[in-house]
Ligand binder design. Structure first.
Ligand SMILES: Nc1ncnc2c1ncn2[C@@H]1O[C@H](COP(=O)(O)OP(=O)(O)O)[C@@H](O)[C@H]1O
Ligand SMILES: [Mg+2]
Length: 252
């Protein structure tokens, strides 16, 4: 077994007194696509947000357990949070391009970080857009406004913007929920390239999508990890009755 990139160890989490994750333990392998799926309210987004400490600013929360990235406890007081967030990129459901050009969108974070070397910036621009499967479509309009791109292109642009910071983990929370089927397929296709370079965790927008993309799949129901297995197993031969009912469309 390859060493886990992310080790989620007995994590429970509450907003106020409302426990929304209950004793969740799972290991996430590097260079693979891991899917968190299940009905709304199951705690999937919360768990993603815990992996890059995006929930730190939410008040009145309680957490038990540990999350290790490369063997290091990310809730340890010695962790430098901006560095963690660079290593763990996150893309949300609705693509939110910035007002500027395609180029400015991708390089935004690097410019903020003070990177000025033009050839370095050009290199990262092309690499990020290639990995997010957008380069061929935008290489002749890098200095056009990003808002002129289609929804699917905008979402791949947001993925490229995360990649430009050279993370090693990429978290995608229902990245295709607002997209048409063709754009959705392009984003899904980009995952095959992405996992060569990154550890990818994605909350899919449907069970069908989960089955198409999952190397490993974790089924969450009301804060409980019901079943975690290879995608080929979980969608064809689920072991738990609840998983079977959900993947065959009997509830959800
Ligand atoms: N900021 C928040 N404050 C209070 N409750 C929240 C907050 N975010 C999520 N919740 C609650 O936590 C539970 C899990 O939500 P979420 O993690 O978004 O699940 P999922 O992504 O699986 O739909 C839900 O009951 C939701 O209402
Ligand atoms: Mg969610």
């Amino acid at each position: 077994m390859v060493e886990a990139k992310i080790h989620i160890d007995k994590v429970s989490y509450a907003y106020g007194e409302n426990w929304v994750l209950n004793d969740v333990t799972l290991d996430i392998a590097p260079n693979s696509v891991t899917v968190f799926f299940g009905p709304a309210g199951g705690g999937k987004t919360t768990l993603l947000r815990l992996i890059n400490r995006l929930n730190d600013l939410v008040e009145g929360t309680q957490m038990k357990g540990r999350i290790l990235v490369d063997g290091q406890d990310i809730y340890n007081s010695e962790i430098h949070i901006p560095t963690l967030r660079r290593r763990v990129g996150m893309v949300f459901a609705l693509p939110l391009p910035l007002p500027g050009t395609v180029r400015e969108n991708v390089l935004y974070g690097l410019k903020l970080a003070g990177v000025k070397d033009r050839s370095r910036l050009d290199e990262i621009l092309e690499q990020s857009l290639t990995q997010s499967a957008l380069w061929d479509e935008v290489k002749d309009r890098l200095d056009h406004l990003a808002v002129a791109l289609s929804g699917g292109q905008q979402q791949r642009l947001c993925i490229a913007r995360s990649l430009a910071l050279e993370p090693d983990i990429l978290l995608l929370d229902e990245p295709t929920s607002g997209l048409d089927p063709i754009s959705t397929r392009k984003v899904e296709d980009s995952l095959f390239t992405l996992k060569e370079h990154y550890t990818v965790i994605i909350v899919p927008h449907s069970i069908q999508q989960a089955a198409r993309i999952a190397d490993k799949a974790a089924f969450f129901l009301m804060g409980n990890l019901v079943e975690y297995a290879a995608g080929t197993e979980l969608f064809t031969r689920p072991r738990k009755k609840k998983t079977e009912e959900y993947v065959t469309g009997r509830f959800g």
